[in-house]
Design a protein around this ligand. Structure first.
Ligand SMILES: [Zn+2]
Length: 316
């Protein structure tokens, strides 16, 4: 059953496409497909359209919001370049492609992390707040900022991307090509890279034994920490500490007090991880810390819901 107020939101990720149908801020249907690895942007956008079809929203789809892993300038429907999407090496016009399948649809585009931050602000951990920093600690580290009741997008839609703040000058290599970035210490992939290198240099750790040749999942990191593996404990503690330091830096610039932390690694380690972030932020700030760290609440649905909420103009 379709309603004139149905909005479709799409979280376009490097491994999966997650679409939601939203009516009055409530998610009423969801659909998931894998992101194609070949065929470039055209194949990816065909799959986005297929995923929207799978929602079963009867009748015309009139409003589509898309959040994706790259820069997006407010007011345009261009997304990219996006290193996590195959062949997406330039800005791509999302609206033009989707209107071939959904004629007359209005299409709005945002960076995926800004979208997730918008959802947490309007319907999750930040509901009712005017200011919020949302931080997602997963394979990498992303962030979004809400200030004075607006998602702050910035010139390229990348405001709040704290994963690439330098936390250690000339430190560990980051996936972006830089060095010493937050993500290189706090993201799951960064932790894996450090653990494998130190293991190859002769240091014992259950992390590499448990992961074998496979990806070092957050469940593996959690199992090693639970076993008291010294390197695992050190790397996870440091992850929380550097996130806390970065949070303090953001707080110094824009004086945001409410910080919602989510993502796979943060969800895995729960309250102790969040409290350690809060303590590290307090240590880094030169005055009594106003920073309160709370868990995100929307999980996987945040990106799609936040993309749909691009149409909630009054508040975002
Ligand atoms: Zn980086």
């Amino acid at each position: 059953m379709s309603s004139p107020s149905t909005i479709v939101g799409v979280d376009l990720g490097g491994t999966k496409i997650y679409a939601v149908a939203v009516v009055d801020g409530e998610v009423v249907a969801t659909a998931k497909r894998s992101t194609p690895r070949v065929g470039g942007p055209a194949a990816v956008l065909e799959r986005v359209a297929d995923t929207i079809d799978k929602l079963g929203v009867a009748g015309a789809v009139r409003r589509i919001g898309v959040g994706g892993p790259g820069p997006s300038i407010a007011g345009s429907s261009l997304l990219g370049p996006a290193a996590n999407l195959p062949g997406w090496d330039r800005p791509v016009d999302i609206a033009g492609a989707l209107r071939r399948r959904f004629a007359d649809a209005e299409v709005r585009v945002d960076n995926d992390v800004n979208a997730a931050a918008r959802a947490e602000w309007l319907h999750g951990a930040g509901a009712g707040a005017d200011d919020l920093l949302a931080v997602f600690v997963g394979t990498g580290v992303g962030g979004g900022v809400v200030l004075d009741g607006r998602v702050r997008r910035g010139a390229a839609g990348l405001a709040g991307e704290i994963g690439h703040l330098v936390v250690v000058p000339d430190g560990e290599p980051c996936g972006c090509g830089g060095r010493g970035h937050l993500e290189a210490y706090a993201g799951r992939a960064g932790i894996e890279r450090i653990a494998r290198r130190r293991h190859a240099e002769g240091e014992a750790t259950a992390l590499v034994e448990l992961a074998g040749d496979g990806r070092m999942k957050s469940s593996v990191i959690a199992a090693a920490v639970a076993d008291g593996d010294a390197m695992a404990v050190e790397l996870v503690d440091r992850a929380a500490d550097v996130v806390g330091q970065a949070v303090a830096s953001v707080a110094l610039v824009v004086d945001v007090a409410l910080v919602a932390v989510g993502g796979g690694l943060a969800e895995r380690f729960g309250e102790p991880f969040l409290r350690r972030i809060e303590a590290a932020a307090a240590t880094a700030l030169p005055w009594p810390s106003p920073v309160r760290v709370v868990p995100t609440v929307l999980g996987d649905v945040a990106g799609g819901l936040g993309a749909a909420l691009l149409f909630d103009e009054e508040r975002s």
